[in-house]
Design a protein around this ligand. Structure first.
Ligand code: BGC
Length: 728
């Protein structure tokens, strides 16, 4: 009798257990237990499906239109959702949740590069703000719009250090400097992901394109990148390491070949470094078709081999090209891919889905008022204004004084909308843009008469509109000429052989100059420009970049002086295209004062870090906590900056170090820290940099191991320098 009772109780207990919610569906269970539990229940086919990404909706990336696919497999791991329609997403998600065996939610991704519907300045502009808090805030408000539109995951930030402005994608990153890319990458990750991935408005970030894509030879997109192991570690890995440390959920492998091993088949970068050394436990998605493209790059004879190489190198999810869905099973049967690797990849994908809370809240709430909210517009305008860089301001011609009553507003950008959105503007709409003319009219009101004339198109040879612009200039006190690039001239697959503006725009400026009226150039572009001929003609130049929806308002606030410009270049402007590459952290030449071009000056026009203000900032000598430190000691450096002018302004202090003779040659100077603060007119502020020798004075070798060597270093901020000793 006793044994009967025990048996019955056991059976009942077991029954209760069976009827209980599986661990993977239990919100309270730890993520890793949920991942393991679900993995155990999955068939091989279900696992492989998790490693594939398809698309839904109309593709708005022109480079990938040809690849459009009509349908996707039920139970697929991820979809790129071009629809911006949360109800549509929910209907697809419902099928995954309710009509597939295990109810695994789909992860919806999309390229939200500088905004979803509210379009912010392009990333290259954002970097010039040197205001990482503001960029973090922008990513947070952008994440909210994104999430409410049914997207859980953005393919952003792009943190490819870019030193060739002919490369169109220079507009998508934060310029030429590893540290600047690192800091803005970290700010973006924090902004998108928030404190917790499963918070209502958090989305997963994706660091891209790992790694070295910015080095595409000749600035030609998708090209080979010749990167030495030394520069890989010193330059290209730096932002990625920082982004991973900040908790980026995912990484995208690049299109480029890295000195013979394509980035999407690179075991060293993807597995040895990213996953093993840096302990990244999220997943790696390929770039669009970058698995299949291993054939074009000459490392795979067919799609199957391409799949094998990419997967074994560490690419967990295949974007769009169906190589994994069609080949992984066979490769497992042939024992070329071990189940442990499949399980590892699947766990990585599931982990991110659990962390995002997708199993527990798979659907997007329908909120009608989700776009262009006041909070987004405020951030958009502040960031646009802080991103603009005053490059020239002879005789303090800017800001425009009260005495100005007639302004000639000319140029192809003066009334433009579409192009000021910049490239890759997601669901941004041209109609959302405040034009420059509208912005200026609002700012200056009835006091100023604007004589508008287009002057010329962006390109072409039609000079017929120039006369009208010259006439407008003659009737005015000052000329504001808004010239630059069309949005589609930068971005993916938009390389240019010259970074000069088309001749017609230069001709317009030359004709305007002949009127003798003060001439202000407003530049709207997505890459550094060759300004060799334009710069001498202008009295003032303001680089406004492609500022997004608040273009006219932000520009007007600077031209009127209501906002003091505070941007500094995150990328060097060469004098001519022929000087490329130009970047501030070059190594020293063997003959520093020789090796010059015979036909043009050797120095670029505007270096990284350059930017003027309406006021003057005076740097006092740098103070150090000690003139000599040991390797395990920190050094505190301070610099007092005084605003000696009559206008309040923000100043970003950029701290550089320059290393002594070392066992390898080192860049002439390297940015190690920056901080931006507002300084009221006539007051001073102390900026502080806590220097950590291991972090700031060491250098990596060709395998990423850091070395710290003693010697005399130089620390620089503004026009100040000071030496200090590092001893053993
Ligand atoms: C681009 C990526 C992008 C992907 C998905 C590719 O062509 O290189 O940056 O995230 O498409 O749209």
């Amino acid at each position: 009798m006793k044994s009967f009772t025990t048996l019955t109780l056991l059976l009942i207990a077991q029954g209760i257990c069976m009827a209980q919610t599986p661990i993977y569906k239990n919100k309270k269970a730890p993520t890793e237990s949920r991942v393991e539990d679900l993995l155990k229940r999955m068939t091989l086919d279900e696992k492989i499906l998790q490693l594939n990404q398809g698309t839904v909706g109309d593709n708005n990336n022109p480079n990938n239109n040809g690849f459009k696919k009509p349908s996707f497999a039920e139970g697929i791991g991820s979809l790129i959702d071009f629809s911006a329609d949360p109800a549509f997403r929910n209907s697809i998600q419902k099928r995954a949740m309710e009509e597939t065996r295990l109810g695994i939610p789909i992860l919806f991704g999309y390229d939200v590069i500088h905004g979803f519907r509210t379009v912010y300045p392009i990333s290259l502009a954002q970097g010039c703000s040197f205001n990482t808090e503001l960029v973090q805030q922008m990513c947070a408000v952008s994440a909210k719009e994104t999430k409410l539109s049914g997207v859980d995951w953005t393919f952003s930030p792009m943190i490819d250090v870019a030193r060739d402005p002919r490369w169109g994608r220079v507009s998508e990153g934060y310029g030429e400097d590893p540290y600047t890319n690192a800091m803005f990458g970290v700010a973006s990750v924090r902004g998108y992901q928030g404190n917790q991935l499963d918070a209502p408005y958090s989305i997963a970030a994706c660091l891209k394109h790992f790694v070295g894509y910015g080095m595409s030879e000749g600035g030609r997109d998708y090209h080979y990148a010749d990167i030495s192991p030394q520069s890989l570690w010193e330059t290209y890995m730096v932002p990625y390491q920082a982004g991973i440390k900040a908790g980026a959920a995912t990484v995208m492998s690049g299109f480029n070949d890295i000195s013979g091993i394509p980035a999407s088949a690179n075991h060293y970068t993807l597995t040895e470094v990213l996953k093993n050394r840096w302990s990244h436990d999220g997943f790696v998605v390929s770039d669009w078709g970058s698995v299949e493209q291993l054939m074009a790059q000459g490392v795979a004879k067919d799609r199957k081999e391409a799949g094998l190489k990419a997967f074994m190198a560490g690419v967990d999810m295949d974007m769009e090209d169906d190589v994994y869905s069609q080949n992984l099973k066979q490769l497992i049967t042939e024992k070329k891919i071990p189940m442990t690797r499949i399980d590892d990849a699947v766990k990585r994908v599931l982990r991110i889905k659990f962390r995002l809370g997708l199993f527990d809240s798979p659907y997007t709430p329908i909120v009608e008022q989700r776009y262009l909210q006041p909070e987004s517009k405020v951030v958009a305008q502040q960031l646009a204004a802080e991103s603009m860089v005053l490059l020239k301001n002879d005789q303090h011609i800017l800001p425009i004084t009260a005495a100005t009553s007639k302004i000639a507003l000319v140029g192809p950008l003066a009334k433009d909308q579409e192009d000021l959105l910049g490239n890759w503007h997601a669901h941004g709409e041209a109609a959302d843009i405040t034009t420059i003319l509208d912005g200026l009219q609002k700012e200056f009101g009835q006091k100023v008469q604007f004589n508008y004339a287009k002057g010329c198109a962006f390109d072409g040879t039609d000079e017929s509109l120039i006369a009208e612009a010259v006439e407008a200039a003659r009737k005015s006190d000052i000329i504001i000429a808004c010239i630059g690039e069309k949005a589609g001239w930068t971005g993916e697959n938009t390389s240019r052989s010259t970074i000069a503006l088309p001749a017609i725009q230069e001709k317009l400026i030359a004709e305007l100059k002949k009127t003798g009226k003060p001439l202000v150039l407003i530049l709207g572009n997505g890459r550094p420009l060759e300004l060799m001929r334009l710069q001498p003609m202008a009295d003032a130049i303001l680089e406004m970049w492609q500022p997004g929806i608040t273009a006219g308002d932000a520009l007007a606030s600077i031209l009127s002086g209501r906002v003091n410009p505070s941007g500094k270049l995150d990328i060097t402007f060469p004098l001519t295209t022929g000087q490329i590459p130009t970047y501030y952290d070059m190594r020293q030449a063997a003959r520093p004062y020789s090796g010059k071009y015979q036909d043009i000056p050797t120095d670029p026009l505007y270096w990284f870090g350059y930017g003027l203000s309406y006021t003057n900032f005076n740097y006092a000598p740098i103070q150090l906590s000690s003139a000599s430190i040991r390797k395990n000691q920190k050094l505190t450096a301070t610099v007092e900056v005084k605003n000696t002018g009559a206008t309040t302004g923000k100043e970003a202090v950029l701290w550089y170090i320059s290393a002594p003779a070392s066992s390898i040659s080192r860049p002439m100077k390297e940015l190690k820290y920056f901080e931006k603060k507002e300084i009221a007119a006539g007051t001073k502020i102390i900026y502080k940099f806590e220097l950590d020798p291991i972090r700031d004075l060491s250098f990596p070798d060709a395998d990423g191991k850091r070395h710290l060597e003693a010697g005399t270093f130089t620390l620089m901020a503004g026009d100040q320098k000071i030496k200090f000793e590092l001893t053993d």
